[in-house]
Design a protein around this ligand. Structure first.
Ligand code: TYD
Ligand code: MG
Length: 453
């Protein structure tokens, strides 16, 4: 029996200390260092199985390294594939983070049920019966999906050896514990040990492993930051729980771009892939309402048309209220100041409410012009003509500024049947033969005269 050893770990960043300190010298957080029991044992986890593969890596000239396209496992879910950069890379570790109840377990169970490969879904949170009940709602029969409720990594590896799955899903990394470490499940040293055992397993058998990770109050994945460094891909599942739309994005991806985005809709029978998001984010109102404007934004690499609603009314109380849902409130105040100072609209005594429909939040500056258009439309109570959309940033001097990927935005608007779009005159547009009318504007006044005559 090896000697029991304790060490001190910062619960925020995972830095190890020999003795207790009040402030972590690495991340500067106070009172985050706690003592954990660490037991050093020669053999650890997957190592026991992997003694046979004692290959020593040799350096290769860069020209000698083969550049064959690496194989990817199609996960049979367009959105998930896209965010991964074209499928799961064999032997990779993917971490999926997200708030409780957002649908992480549902998403991965659904993918596991759809896969034509043998999948092992390990849950430390729910019983096999509970998972079966959920699976029945999603997809009634699958022959390749195995469910295991287990939290000890050594037992999990035993089952893996018996079943030999092509893909392993772990729900969640915070519930796992390894016999080689004494501290409680979810502690820094457990998470680190379990993850490194899983990495070893994944790399040596070329099996992809998907981990679910909890998220703390401030939105970061619970556990040490090193968890994110250890895995190949970090995905985040987010959305407003009161709405049905969920967004999957890559925060880190060693095998693809982090600009990709997947959109799902939560339904009674699982998550539906939303392949054409613009259509659902625009309400289908035929009678013109004042105060709504459509912006052509780009989320990640995907163009997306969203609807912005504004309500401007006379303030009842002395201090006018400004509130924004899905949009930065400071930016709203800035745009209101620009309207007041540069374009002469007296909004100082008005309440202004702004909302982006669908419960999504957008920080693309290219929606500024649509925000202004919605506010002006509500203020004058004149609806904006149907078929008009906007893609431009507004500067402090009231100038209409160019935005990136303007051509992609214009083409998406055209595809969805819009007949005119307002963009900055300073945007270079090389498009030819477009049916959509492109209004090039430089000042807010140009937009006002174009919209309201
Ligand atoms: P879940 O996957 O358990 O979330 P997480 O693992 O991220 O904590 O998602 C739970 C929510 O999803 C729950 O509130 C119910 C809802 N849901 C549906 O609306 N439809 C469904 O088909 C399923 C399975 C869940
Ligand atoms: Mg869950």
């Amino acid at each position: 029996m090896a000697k029991t050893k304790t060490a001190f770990f910062c619960q925020n960043c995972g830095t190890q200390y020999a003795k207790w300190v009040g402030q972590c010298s690495a991340c500067k957080e106070w009172n985050t260092v706690v003592e954990e029991v660490v037991q050093k044992v020669e053999k650890s986890g997957w190592k026991a199985v992997s003694n046979t593969s004692k290959k020593i890596a040799k350096p290769l000239r860069i020209q000698e390294i083969s550049t064959e396209k690496e194989l990817r496992l199609n996960v049979h879910d367009l959105e998930f594939n896209r965010v991964l950069g074209g499928g799961l890379v064999p032997g990779s570790l993917v971490l999926l983070g997200g708030e409780p109840g957002i649908g992480k377990s549902t998403l991965l169970l659904q993918i596991a049920l759809k896969l034509p490969y043998k999948t092992l879904y390990v849950s430390g949170e729910e019983s096999q019966k509970q998972i079966k009940m959920r699976a029945d709602r999603i997809h009634p029969n699958s022959e390749n999906c195995f469910i295991l409720t287990e939290t000890k990594t050594q037992n999990i590896f035993q089952q893996i050896e018996a079943i030999e799955p092509d893909i392993v899903v772990i729900d969640s990394i915070q519930t796992l514990h390894s016999d080689y470490i004494e501290s409680a499940a979810g502690s820094i040293s457990q998470i680190r040990e379990c993850t490194s055992e899983l990495i070893k397993f994944a790399k040596e058998t070329n099996t992809p492993v998907i981990l679910i990770g909890h998220i703390t109050k401030d939105g970061s994945i619970a556990g040490p930051k090193i968890l994110e460094h250890m895995v190949d891909t970090v995905l985040q599942f987010e959305g407003d729980r009161n709405y049905v739309y969920r967004i999957l994005r890559a925060l880190k991806n060693r095998f693809g771009s982090t600009a990709e985005l997947g959109i799902y809709e939560m339904q009674g029978n699982g998550l539906r892939e939303v392949n054409n998001p613009s259509e659902i984010l625009i309400s289908k109102n035929d009678d013109g309402l004042s105060g709504t404007a459509i912006a052509s934004t780009v989320e990640g690499m995907r163009p997306l048309l969203i609807e912005i609603q504004a309500l401007v009314s006379t303030a009842v109380y002395g201090t006018p209220q400004r509130s924004a849902t899905g949009y930065n409130a400071k930016r709203l105040n800035m745009l209101l100041a620009v309207l007041e100072k540069r374009a002469g609209f007296k909004l100082g005594a008005k309440d202004v409410f702004l909302n982006i429909t669908g419960g999504i939040s957008v920080d693309d500056p290219a929606i500024d012009l649509a925000v202004i258009a919605a506010i002006l439309s509500s203020n004058a109570d004149i609806p904006i003509e149907k078929g008009v959309c906007f893609a431009a940033e507004v500067g402090l001097a009231g100038e209409i500024r160019p935005v990136q990927r303007v051509e992609q935005r214009i083409l998406e608007a055209e595809k969805l049947g819009f007949n005119s779009i307002y963009v900055s005159k300073r945007n270079k547009i090389g498009l030819k033969n477009t049916k959509i009318a492109i209004h090039l504007v430089t000042k807010i006044e140009d937009v006002v005269s174009g919209l309201f005559g």
